[in-house]
Design a protein around this ligand. Structure first.
Ligand code: SAM
Length: 666
């Protein structure tokens, strides 16, 4: 049975609190007011959706988050006198009335004003007064107000409203037109004739029509929407995407990289992928990375690959000698993720690029952020200590010995420790990591680059021990541990590379797109590298997602099963991918900041497809789609409508002239 109070609690937690509204008075008021009482009967079951809804007369009840955001911005205190312009359904006024002392609200449509009045009476909200009329002139008899909220966008902040603010009072109002974008302003009256104005960001509202607003007749056709729900405006979403999308030229064309210059001043650029086996995603990321390295000084390339395996590639591209005794990298499932022709071409480019650069620290470094190759990391720590401190190597062998039975199948370690009472190796691996880091100065003097590698391997063993231990109980905690480890590795790399260093990160969309705006964050409480980067680097991080409609992909049907080239089903009708497909533009960059109106309309959550190393087309909807809000998840989205599977490296790709076909050891 549908329970509105449960839905309301969820709405407040997920749509309001998790998006950053913290004022306890606002959250409490949102929990009190039954939103279903403010929508028409047919829409009751949608009352707690994250969207505006139609309320008749071509008007809307605002999205719950926007109501909360505006009330928080107006800093309303208990006892305050508040004016609201644009009563609409009455919902926002009702929420305000649960905080303020008295609320006056004005609506230009008399029928809406009358319905709102009845709703307040029915609910017993007796501190609200409603009037039908032009709210741009304010409500002189009831002034001054501590706060004024305007729920429709005017050409500017009406003078009458500014004058009816008390000193210290706040006016929160959207200004601008739907065509050119609207901004939410907060105007604070600081003195008898002085005001301060703050821009609170891009928004989208219906127009404010009145003496100090827009003139009704002057509105252009698509500026007078019948209903401003996301689905029923003048231009369709695919049309808007087509108008905003920037077409991508060929990967080899310098104009391709050019389009990404806008992200060149960031410290970290994160490039996603919607599968682990699509050629276009690799080639696009390589082209973008080339540009960021060549023109914008990026020198760290950090990817969702295992550290010890990536270290072999790093030695190769930085022209350091290979290690004969180490096993060739990327031998374990899913091998095609890195042993493929597109990645090999990128490795060659990195090596060529480094050729002319004498200072090793200025060469591009290639690193793996991931946690899975625990045995490779153990071997690397021991190898390093054998070289620099044989006594410490003996102690390390002893400690890591605890993990020996699990090195081949670490995934069974957790079950053994937790259910069969085996000793946990936590203490031993942590001590080993601490010991190694404590001798940093001694060791690093001998070889700084090798020390970074050994220290990271020791950290990795400690994180992996915990990861495999908790993985048995599954879910969120092990996912979070892995993504935290990847993020901390990135931080260590930037630190090791010194001030001003800049990194490009390649990982799946599920790691890159801010988890707070996907089901991962809202339902499963998972975080990811993208979210952690935004929290740590703010505007200095750019999160770029990738997507496709259909084509082929390299994937397996089960873990450890052979790789197949599978057909990707055309995207689901309710997905972001379908909107991109319907735009008719075959490959494009969509910058989420380019068109405020489009961004606003894309905010409403939709399905998004996630294909990993496993693809199960037969259960695609259940296995591969999740809810997300694309413009919040990413700063930009790169689209290839039709895509092809990567080509795995085989013996036929062995190149002559490269010693022992290093680094891939084919
Ligand atoms: N706060 C409302 C709610 O919670 O349902 C949503 C309001 S809706 C987005 C904007 C409202 O502003 C519409 O009902 C529209 O008729 C009204 N409006 C536009 N111009 C107005 C004006 N000059 N005076 C009063 N109301 C106006």
């Amino acid at each position: 049975m549908y329970d509105p109070s449960l839905a309301r609690g969820r709405m407040v937690d997920i749509q309001i609190a998790q998006r950053g509204i913290h004022d306890p008075l606002v959250l409490e008021a949102m929990r009190m007011v039954p939103r279903e009482a403010f929508v028409e009967h047919d829409f009751e079951e949608f009352a707690y959706e994250d969207t505006p809804l139609p309320i008749g007369k071509g008007q809307t009840i605002s999205q719950p988050y926007m109501v909360a955001y505006m009330i928080e911005a107006a800093e309303i205190d208990p006892g305050d006198r508040v004016l609201e312009v644009g009563t609409g359904s009455g919902y926002a006024a009702a929420v305000v009335s649960r905080i303020a002392g008295r609320v006056h609200t004005i609506e230009r449509h008399a029928a809406l004003a009358a319905t709102a009045r009845q709703r307040f009476e029915r609910l017993g909200y007796d501190n609200i007064e409603v009037r039908a009329g032009d709210g741009t002139k304010g409500w002189r008899d009831a002034a001054p107000f501590d706060a004024i909220l305007v729920a429709a966008a005017g050409p500017g902040a009406p003078l009458a409203l500014q004058e009816q603010l008390d000193i210290g009072g706040r006016l929160v109002i959207p200004v601008g037109s739907e065509m050119d974008g609207q901004r939410l302003l907060r105007v604070t009256r600081t003195g008898a004739t002085t005001y301060e104005e703050e821009d609170l960001g891009g928004v989208q509202f219906v127009p404010l029509i009145g003496e100090q607003g827009w003139a009704e007749r002057s509105l252009p056709e698509d500026h007078r929407p019948a209903v401003v729900t996301p689905l029923a405006r003048g231009r369709s979403l695919p049309e808007m995407i087509a108008a905003t999308a920037e077409s991508l030229p060929d990967f080899a064309d310098p104009a391709f990289g050019h389009l990404f210059d806008r992200f060149g001043d960031r410290q970290v650029v994160l490039l996603g992928e919607a599968s682990h086996g699509t050629s276009e995603f690799y080639r696009a990321r390589a082209a973008i990375t080339r540009r960021l390295v060549e023109k914008h000084g990026f020198s760290v390339v950090a990817v969702e690959a295992d550290w010890p395996d990536a270290a072999a590639i790093d030695r190769y591209v930085r022209r350091r000698t290979g290690r004969a005794e180490a096993e060739p990298p990327f031998q374990r499932f899913p091998t095609w993720m890195w042993r493929n022709t597109d990645f090999e071409a990128f490795v060659s480019w990195m090596r060529d690029r480094n050729e002319g650069i004498a200072d090793e620290n200025r060469r591009i470094g290639f690193y793996g952020l991931d946690i899975y190759n625990m045995s490779g990391s153990i071997a690397a720590v021991l190898r390093y200590l054998d070289k620099v401190d044989p006594e410490a190597a003996a102690a390390a062998r002893q400690r890591y010995g605890c993990l020996t039975p699990w090195q081949k199948e670490p995934s069974t370690y957790g079950r053994a420790v937790l259910s069969a009472g085996y000793r946990k190796c936590e203490q031993a691996v942590l001590e080993q990591c601490r010991d190694l880091l404590a001798r940093q100065l001694d060791y690093a003097r001998q070889d700084g680059t090798d020390f970074l590698d050994a220290a990271q391997n020791a950290r990795l063993v400690a994180a992996a021990e915990r990861y495999y231990r908790i993985m048995y109980y599954g879910g969120t905690e092990s996912w979070n541990l892995r993504d935290r480890h990847m993020f901390e590795t990135l931080e260590h790399l930037l630190e090791a590379r010194g001030p001003g260093s800049k990194a490009v990160v390649w990982a799946h969309n599920s790691h890159i797109g801010d988890a707070r705006f996907t089901e991962m964050g809202t339902i499963r409480e998972e975080l990811n590298i993208g979210q952690l980067c935004r929290e740590r680097f703010g505007e200095q991080a750019a999160l770029i997602g990738f997507g496709t409609d259909s084509g082929t992909v390299a994937a397996a049907s089960d873990w450890d099963a052979p790789m197949q080239v599978m057909r990707v089903r055309p995207s689901h009708a309710d997905s972001y991918e379908r909107l991109c497909h319907d735009s008719g533009v075959s490959r494009f960059l969509l910058d989420m900041d380019r068109d405020a109106a489009l961004r606003h309309r894309l905010l409403e959550r939709r399905l998004e497809r996630f294909i990993g190393v496993i693809y199960r087309p037969e259960t695609e909807l259940r296995s591969h789609y999740a809810d997300a809000s694309l413009p919040r998840q990413f700063d930009a989205f790169v689209w290839f409508d039709k895509t092809k599977a990567v080509t795995p490296l085989g013996p036929e790709h062995a190149r002559t002239g490269v010693p022992e076909t290093y680094p891939f050891g084919l």
